[in-house]
Design a protein around this ligand. Structure first.
Ligand code: SF4
Ligand code: SF4
Length: 236
């Protein structure tokens, strides 16, 4: 209960701060920065996501991301599960050309020569930049629109440009066994009540993962809802 409350508070604080922080998560400003040879805020944040996921998997998505907070709110209005598995690769269709574009632009600009974490913000605050309010509404509309139209966490599964950094980092972390936070299952304890699967915000077949004794899943955001939901503590 305490863990659930802490997580919820963390997510809602992050959402409340989104007008301040959204330029640091911008997929556009990293391109603009590359064209001027500037390592900007989103470059630094995305790099931190990649590195931290070697140790923490997608903990960011479950506990910090403002988009995740909005996803939780939308899933109360529309809790329908979305298609997962191969469909989760959809986000890479945008992510790969985007990363290639950043690399090409950076090379053509002669490489990076300056670091400016507050690039394009006003005193470090995103919303104070001219026109920023329209961008903010656009992003909020994209996240809530896809979740409400398609289903629970559709944005996280199909469209999020940040998730691939952590999917890739998490994959390497799990192979290199560097994960500090991970789920463990005890299949012998399971009574097959299905509570873990029903409570998974990412629509994962958690009961199946427990049965296989393998809790690794690139879409797991380590929210620990399944841990809290299990009546016999088969997941920890
Ligand atoms: S498997 Fe458990 S920890 Fe992972 S996203 Fe689902 S409920 Fe959260
Ligand atoms: S909630 Fe626990 S007991 Fe129920 S299916 Fe999941 S792992 Fe098994």
């Amino acid at each position: 209960m305490r863990r659930r409350t802490v997580r919820r508070i963390a997510l809602y604080v992050s959402l409340a701060l989104f007008p301040v922080t959204f330029y640091y998560l911008s997929p556009y400003l990293i391109i603009l920065g590359a064209s001027e040879g500037i390592v900007n805020g989103s470059f630094l944040v995305f790099s931190s996501m990649l590195i931290s996921s070697l140790f923490l998997g997608r903990l960011w998505c479950g506990w910090v991301c403002p988009g995740s907070a909005l996803g939780e709110i939308c899933s109360r209005a529309r809790g329908k599960s979305v298609r997962i598995g191969r469909w989760d690769l959809l986000k890479f269709l945008v992510w790969i050309p985007w990363i290639a574009l950043i690399a090409i632009i950076a090379v053509r600009a002669g490489g990076y020569s300056r670091v400016d974490p507050f690039y394009e913000t006003v005193y470090g605050i995103s919303i104070l930049a001219p026109g920023a309010i329209f961008v903010l509404f656009g992003v909020l509309l994209l996240i809530s629109g896809s979740d409400l139209l398609i289903g629970r966490r559709a944005f996280c599964h199909y469209l999020c440009w940040m998730a691939p950094f952590m999917v890739i980092g998490g994959w390497f972390g799990s192979r290199a066994r560097t994960h500090l936070v991970k789920l463990k299952a005890d299949p012998d304890r399971c009574i097959h009540c299905g509570a873990c699967t029903r409570n998974c915000p990412m629509s994962l077949d958690v009961e199946g993962m427990v049965a296989r004794g393998d809790m690794r899943n690139s879409e797991c955001i380590l929210c620990m809802s399944c841990v809290d939901a299990c009546p016999v503590k088969a997941i920890r």
